[in-house]
Design a protein around this ligand. Structure first.
Ligand code: NFA
Length: 101
Protein backbone atom coordinates (compact mmCIF):
# COMPACT_ATOMS: atom_id res chain seq x y z
CA UNK A 1 0.00 0.00 0.00
CA UNK A 2 1.27 3.49 -0.94
CA UNK A 3 1.21 6.02 1.87
CA UNK A 4 1.02 9.72 1.13
CA UNK A 5 2.46 12.22 3.53
CA UNK A 6 0.76 15.59 3.50
CA UNK A 7 3.02 18.35 4.72
CA UNK A 8 1.01 21.39 5.88
CA UNK A 9 2.32 24.64 4.52
CA UNK A 10 2.84 27.46 6.99
CA UNK A 11 -0.17 29.70 6.63
CA UNK A 12 0.70 32.83 4.68
CA UNK A 13 -0.37 35.99 6.47
CA UNK A 14 -2.70 38.25 4.53
CA UNK A 15 -1.47 41.84 4.64
CA UNK A 16 -4.06 44.50 3.84
CA UNK A 17 -2.48 47.83 2.90
CA UNK A 18 -4.19 50.96 4.14
CA UNK A 19 -5.09 53.18 1.19
CA UNK A 20 -3.24 56.49 0.91
CA UNK A 21 -5.44 59.42 1.91
CA UNK A 22 -5.85 62.78 0.20
CA UNK A 23 -7.05 66.09 1.61
CA UNK A 24 -9.47 68.24 -0.36
CA UNK A 25 -8.51 71.90 0.20
CA UNK A 26 -10.71 74.93 -0.41
CA UNK A 27 -8.77 78.00 -1.61
CA UNK A 28 -9.96 81.52 -0.87
CA UNK A 29 -10.59 84.02 -3.66
CA UNK A 30 -11.99 87.56 -3.73
CA UNK A 31 -14.94 86.88 -6.06
CA UNK A 32 -16.98 83.82 -5.13
CA UNK A 33 -19.89 84.85 -2.89
CA UNK A 34 -19.82 83.36 0.60
CA UNK A 35 -23.28 81.81 0.30
CA UNK A 36 -22.30 80.15 -2.98
CA UNK A 37 -19.27 78.52 -1.28
CA UNK A 38 -21.53 77.31 1.54
CA UNK A 39 -24.02 75.84 -0.96
CA UNK A 40 -21.23 73.94 -2.79
CA UNK A 41 -19.77 72.60 0.47
CA UNK A 42 -23.21 71.33 1.54
CA UNK A 43 -23.98 69.78 -1.86
CA UNK A 44 -20.65 68.16 -2.77
CA UNK A 45 -19.28 67.36 0.69
CA UNK A 46 -22.57 66.61 2.50
CA UNK A 47 -21.89 69.23 5.19
CA UNK A 48 -24.43 70.85 7.46
CA UNK A 49 -24.94 74.62 7.21
CA UNK A 50 -22.85 75.11 10.35
CA UNK A 51 -19.96 72.94 9.14
CA UNK A 52 -19.98 74.62 5.72
CA UNK A 53 -19.99 78.10 7.28
CA UNK A 54 -17.02 77.18 9.49
CA UNK A 55 -14.94 75.84 6.58
CA UNK A 56 -15.84 78.77 4.30
CA UNK A 57 -14.89 81.32 6.99
CA UNK A 58 -11.61 79.57 7.78
CA UNK A 59 -10.61 79.61 4.08
CA UNK A 60 -11.73 83.24 3.85
CA UNK A 61 -9.59 84.29 6.84
CA UNK A 62 -6.54 82.04 6.42
CA UNK A 63 -6.41 81.59 2.64
CA UNK A 64 -7.22 77.88 2.58
CA UNK A 65 -8.99 75.21 4.61
CA UNK A 66 -8.99 71.41 4.59
CA UNK A 67 -12.53 70.34 3.70
CA UNK A 68 -12.27 66.56 4.11
CA UNK A 69 -10.00 63.53 3.64
CA UNK A 70 -10.75 60.68 1.21
CA UNK A 71 -9.08 58.03 -0.89
CA UNK A 72 -7.52 59.48 -4.05
CA UNK A 73 -10.34 58.87 -6.54
CA UNK A 74 -13.01 60.26 -4.24
CA UNK A 75 -10.90 63.30 -3.29
CA UNK A 76 -10.11 64.14 -6.93
CA UNK A 77 -13.72 63.68 -8.03
CA UNK A 78 -15.12 65.89 -5.27
CA UNK A 79 -12.49 68.60 -5.80
CA UNK A 80 -13.36 68.59 -9.52
CA UNK A 81 -17.11 68.76 -8.80
CA UNK A 82 -16.68 71.72 -6.46
CA UNK A 83 -14.40 73.59 -8.88
CA UNK A 84 -16.77 72.87 -11.81
CA UNK A 85 -19.76 74.16 -9.86
CA UNK A 86 -17.92 77.47 -9.45
CA UNK A 87 -16.91 77.63 -13.12
CA UNK A 88 -20.46 76.89 -14.24
CA UNK A 89 -21.59 79.95 -12.25
CA UNK A 90 -18.70 82.12 -13.49
CA UNK A 91 -16.67 82.07 -10.26
CA UNK A 92 -12.98 81.18 -9.73
CA UNK A 93 -13.82 78.90 -6.80
CA UNK A 94 -11.04 76.29 -6.52
CA UNK A 95 -10.64 73.02 -4.65
CA UNK A 96 -7.29 71.20 -4.77
CA UNK A 97 -6.11 67.85 -3.42
CA UNK A 98 -2.97 67.02 -1.49
CA UNK A 99 -1.57 63.71 -0.33
CA UNK A 100 -1.85 63.38 3.45
CA UNK A 101 1.43 62.67 5.27
N1 NFA B 1 -13.55 85.51 0.01
C1 NFA B 1 -14.87 85.31 -0.57
C2 NFA B 1 -15.72 86.59 -0.34
O1 NFA B 1 -15.38 87.41 0.49
C3 NFA B 1 -15.60 84.11 0.03
C4 NFA B 1 -14.85 82.84 -0.15
C5 NFA B 1 -14.55 82.03 0.95
C6 NFA B 1 -14.44 82.40 -1.42
C7 NFA B 1 -13.86 80.83 0.80
C8 NFA B 1 -13.76 81.20 -1.57
C9 NFA B 1 -13.47 80.43 -0.46
N2 NFA B 1 -16.82 86.72 -1.08
Amino acid sequence: MTRTTVTPRPQAKTRTERPKLYKVILLNDDFTPRDFVVTVLKGVFRMTEGEALGVMLTAHRRGACVVAVYTREVAETKAQQGTSAGQAAGYPLTFTTEREE
